[in-house]
Ligand binder design. Structure first.
Ligand code: CAA
Length: 239
């Protein structure tokens, strides 16, 4: 059955792979991103793109209202948008802390809050939140990111409890180091040592993360809720 899916940060990296995977599964996909000229970007990508800064509650409200008016009620929300501002805590500025928490954590609240009421009324919904292996194991230079991404796991569990009786599942995927621009920005020598510590010996491809998200977003995954799926090539083994 065709579902309406929103993917935040869905125009590059893991988010783009998720948007493509959901589209291939037959869903109607709308990517939200804060890049300029979203409509033209959508034409080149082959699915709709709308402008939205997920850190801004009002922009999220307006974007979801427009998506629902044009495409219909949102069945699937993938909270993928995320940023890093790496620095050791003794050097981290309040701005670096705030920017990461605003996008990576506030963004999850700002978007989920827009869709949860409708999902409850209709008795169906899938919310998939992107966390990180670094939320689970910690990472030098990422107190801001690790804190925000670990909070996403707590959010996921609490919302899963609130939603379980309403046909809505809420899960997290915790990717390991993936072949994206975000990871390419890690200093080369550090990235080499990280790669060497991954048991499978390589970065993930975005599609490998996207397939897991698409499964959790599918009708097949109705009995999985409150879970965090680690997709990290063995870098950190949880549970
Ligand atoms: N463990 C222990 N010590 C370390 C270390 C580590 N992993 N990395 C560096 N150090 C040491 C250095 O050897 C150095 O020691 P000395 O002072 O004795 O020479 C010291 O720490 C440097 O500390 P600084 O505060 O001066 O660090 P810096 O400013 O040079 O760099 C940093 C800090 C920018 C955070 C840099 O370490 C870095 O970029 N690290 C990579 C962080 C990372 O992995 N980010 C992931 C981004 S991708 C992502 O997040 C996606 C996802 O979900 C997986």
């Amino acid at each position: 059955m065709a579902r309406i899916a929103i993917v935040t940060g869905g125009t590059q990296g893991i988010g783009l792979a998720i948007a493509r995977e959901l589209k291939a599964a037959g869903d109607t996909v709308v990517a939200l991103d804060c890049k300029p000229d979203p409509e033209a970007l959508g034409q080149s990508l082959g699915f709709a793109v709308r402008a939205c800064d997920v850190g801004d509650f009002e922009q999220c409200r307006a974007a979801v209202a427009e998506v629902e008016q044009v495409f219909g009620p949102v069945d699937i929300l993938v909270n993928n948008a995320g940023i890093t501002r790496d620095a050791t805590l003794h050097k981290m500025t309040p701005e670096q802390w705030r920017q990461v928490v605003r996008v990576d954590l506030d963004g999850v609240f700002n978007m989920s809050r827009q869709v949860i009421g409708g999902m409850r009324e209709r008795g169906f919904g899938r919310i998939v939140n992107l966390s990180s292996v670094n939320a689970q194991k910690g990472q030098f230079g990422q107190t801001n990111y690790c804190a925000a991404k670990a909070a996403v796991i707590g959010f996921t569990k609490a919302l899963a409890l609130e939603s379980a009786s309403k046909g809505i599942t809420v899960n997290a995927v915790a990717p390991g180091y993936t072949d994206t621009a975000m990871v390419a920005a890690v200093p080369a020598a550090i990235l080499e040592s990280i790669k060497a510590s991954v048991p499978v010996g390589r970065l993930a491809q975005p599609e490998e993360i996207a397939r897991c998200v698409a499964f959790l977003a599918s009708d097949k995954a109705g009995f999985i809720t409150g879970a965090t799926l680690a997709v990290n090539g063995g870098l950190y083994m949880v549970g």
